[in-house]
Design a protein around this ligand. Sequence first.
Ligand SMILES: Cc1cc2nc3c(=O)[nH]c(=O)nc-3n(C[C@H](O)[C@H](O)[C@H](O)COP(=O)(O)O)c2cc1C
Length: 165
Amino acid sequence: MKTAIIYASKTGTTKKVAEALAEKIKGEVKLLPIANVKPGCLLRYDFVIIAGSIHYGRIQSEIKSFVNKNRATFRGILYGLYIMCMFEDECEEYMKKSFGEDIVENAMIRACFGGEVNPNEGNFVTKKLIKANLKKFEEEGKEPPSIRWERVDEFADEINNRINK
Ligand SMILES: Cc1cc2nc3c(=O)[nH]c(=O)nc-3n(C[C@H](O)[C@H](O)[C@H](O)COP(=O)(O)O)c2cc1C
């Protein structure tokens, strides 16, 4: 059983989850940053996971265009999707906007694993934005964004149970 995790990650969160999944999913798991993905590679695996993170409402353009270019191939393969984002209520919308409705609906599994934000990272504007959002979470009595590791475990378990017995 061969699985590929094709991902893009701006500050490392999506990558961290991809690495954890590679440990948890049985069989051979190849981690492929989107920049290293070659045309036709989707057909070399029994299962493919596509992953990216949301910044200013959008997934990485490389992920979006990769999915668009390979739309026809996705119809004939088994795949899963996950995204990282801090506004988890928006997850379904982000999914549809990032991958398109058909790709989301035909996925064997899909998930949002939350996100991580560092108020000391990035330029002045980014830091200000992150701090403002963290303050909003606090004012609304919500937990600050974090990786939902329990969902990562469930995601891997489901893949192992369904296709990787
Ligand atoms: C500048 C910036 C903009 C962001 N914009 C959004 C957003 O529009 N919606 C959202 O849900 N999360 C947003 N996030 C949160 C990221 O999705 C989260 O930090 C995620 O863990 C990043 O994953 P990565 O490290 O793999 O890039 C933003 C984070 C940063 C730093």
